[in-house]
Structure formats: C-alpha cells, structure tokens
Ligand binder design. Structure first.
Ligand SMILES: Cc1cc2nc3c(=O)[nH]c(=O)nc-3n(C[C@H](O)[C@H](O)[C@H](O)COP(=O)(O)O)c2cc1C
Length: 217
C-alpha cells in the first residue's frame, strides 16, 4: 500500500529491562564495555559488533556508517576498512571520530568519542590473513566509495585478482587496514521507563584516570 501514510509517530516503547548506576560502571569504562559486550553476546544479539562510525570531512560535514568492531584492548576499539575510502579521507582531514553501539534487545546504547590512528602493518597483516579468501579478494576488487559504472566491474575485478593470486598467498593491499579509536569519552545508556533513562559518562583525565558523571536523559 504505497500511498498509506506511515504511522511512525505512534511507534514507542517503554524500557523496563534494567537500571544502571555509577557504582556498577566502576572506574574503567573499557572494562565495563567488555562486560556489556559479553552480555550482548550472551543475549545472542546478531551483529553485536556492528557500530556506527561518525567522521567529519574537511568542511565539517558529518558522515556516518556502520563498521564492525574487530578488536578491543585497553588502548581502544579497532575496525578494518579501505584507507582510500571516503572515511579514510575524512579521517586524514579530521582524526576526531565517534562510535555508537545500540543493543536494542538489552535497551542499551554506548557512545564513544576519541581520536583515531592507524594500526600497525603487522596487526593489519595478521587480521587480513585471518579473513576468508573471498573477503581478501574483495579488498582488492572494490575501490571502496568510488563511483563505478555498474556492478559488472566488481565481478571483473574480483575474477582478475582471483586469477592473479591463484595458488599464492593473497597479499594485503597497501590501502587496506585497521584503525584504532582511542577513546576520550564513553557514555553508557540504559533505557528506563517513561524516558527517565540512566546515562553514565566517563571522561578521560590528563593523568589517565576517568572522571565519572551522570547526565540527564
Ligand atoms: C553490518 C555492516 C557492517 C559493515 N562493516 C564494515 C567494516 O567493518 N568495514 C568497512 O569498511 N565497511 C563496513 N560496512 C560498510 C560501510 O557501512 C560503508 O558502506 C563503507 O565502509 C563505505 O563507507 P565510506 O564511503 O563512508 O567510506 C558495513 C556495513 C554494514 C551494514
């Protein structure tokens, strides 16, 4: 029914699953993120590592897209992509980025802000070689973010690289690799009833500790 108006304004949900307080979050937001991530995995949320990555270009125009979290350490959050993509160029223009996770089944959001840096070539190689063959060929075949005349160029590129690397180890393209988002702010959001949600923010201090506060929903 294409002409039927959508009843979007009437869609609403009351969140009642859980609560979040300052004590539960603790002193280290990366540790607490691990806890929430594990709980999201246990809840069998699909694409649990999917996160929105926001970048800004040289004209301060924001751009957002989903990428997959592929590593988490005390230093930060890692994902992999094409360094020559639009996001790669935006990151050169402005290394300040934001990430956002939404685990709707747990009524939780995590917002992360920080600076981004490339991961080492060794780490890139290790991850690249752990990927399935098709994904490795895809990294060669797709000039990510560039305009292409039609779909067939991708298949053509894919077949070309499949032949070129037939019987040999597929090398990592120079333009493909990871980024580490080093967080300076992390906010944990737990949905509560009547839009009275819990928001706990941790901001990194010069001495490396995290300053905790509660924000109004
Ligand atoms: C679930 C999902 C996961 C994705 N994971 C990645 C990823 O890990 N790396 C990536 O470069 N693009 C990923 N993409 C594609 C990006 O959203 C985006 O289309 C692509 O990176 C090009 O973005 P850009 O033109 O802004 O650079 C994913 C998309 C979806 C929907």
């Amino acid at each position: 029914m294409p002409d039927q108006p959508l009843n979007i304004a009437d869609i609403r949900m009351d969140y009642r699953l859980a609560e979040l307080d300052e004590e539960t979050v603790g002193k280290d937001p990366i540790l607490f993120f691990k806890r929430w991530f594990t709980e999201a995995e246990s809840a069998q949320i699909t694409e649990v590592n999917a996160m929105t990555l926001a970048t800004a270009d040289g004209n301060n125009i924001p751009h957002a897209r989903i990428v997959l979290l592929k590593g988490l350490s005390g230093s930060g959050f890692t994902f992999f992509t094409n360094y020559d993509s639009d996001k790669g160029h935006e990151i050169i223009a402005n290394p300040n980025v934001a990430l956002c996770f939404f685990w709707k089944e747990l009524e939780r959001q995590v917002r992360i802000e920080g600076k981004i840096e490339k991961v080492s070539a060794a780490e890139n190689d290790t991850y690249f070689h752990s990927r399935p063959v098709g994904s490795r060929l895809g990294a060669w075949a797709s000039p990510q973010s560039r305009e292409i005349p039609d779909r067939s160029i991708l298949d053509l590129n894919y077949n070309t690289y499949e032949n070129e690397f037939s019987g040999v180890e597929i090398p990592r393209p120079e333009h493909w690799g990871g980024y580490l988002v080093v967080p300076s702010r992390i906010e944990f959001w737990q949905g509560r009833s009547s839009r009275m949600h819990d928001r706990i923010l941790l901001v990194k201090q010069a001495d490396g500790s995290w300053l905790k506060s509660r924000l109004a929903p």
